[in-house]
Design a protein. Structure first.
Length: 159
């Protein structure tokens, strides 16, 4: 969907698909991940929020999945960096960052594959001009698409 459009979610919990009795604000960042890798300070900028429908009983499960996956990713990256960096201390700073970055990506690739096979209930990918809304449930995704098709059509026509 185009950035700036407020999405319309189905009247279903994002996790269990029952009628929701609560909501949750989710933050996403539109910064380029490659630039953030080389200039981590950029991660501070470019944040926006979206409100999702969710049951009160599903909130802890959703938060655990969202923050648990982030924690695991950060821990894996930290361990990989801790193990890899000492071997490249004599290299030039730029070349060291590139090589270590590639090696860390290779080290966490099994985890990334697991993320693809078992996706989160809901996620977003923000870009400079659009936001992708990603759902583990194809049925929920289809309902979301049907409710927001007008926004998508308007953006395609204006391009």
């Amino acid at each position: 969907m185009p950035k700036g459009c407020v999405p319309v979610f189905p009247n279903k919990c994002i996790v269990c698909h029952q009628i929701p009795n609560s909501s949750l604000n989710i933050a996403h960042n539109s910064q380029n991940p490659i630039l953030v890798f080389f200039i981590p300070l950029l991660w501070i900028f470019g944040w926006s929020r979206v409100e999702i429908p969710i049951c009160k009983k599903c909130k802890p499960r959703y938060r655990l999945q969202r923050w648990g996956r982030l924690f695991i990713t950060c821990a894996l990256i930290a361990v990989a960096l801790w193990l890899i960096i000492p071997h490249f201390k004599v290299w030039s700073p730029f070349l060291r960052k590139v090589v270590v970055g590639v090696l860390v990506l290779l080290a966490i690739s099994p985890y990334v594959l697991a993320e693809v096979i078992w996706p989160p209930f809901f996620d977003t990918t923000a870009r400079s001009d659009s936001i992708d809304y990603e759902f583990a449930s194809p049925e929920y995704a289809a309902e979301f698409h049907n409710l927001n098709a007008a926004h998508v059509l308007k953006s395609e026509v204006s391009e």
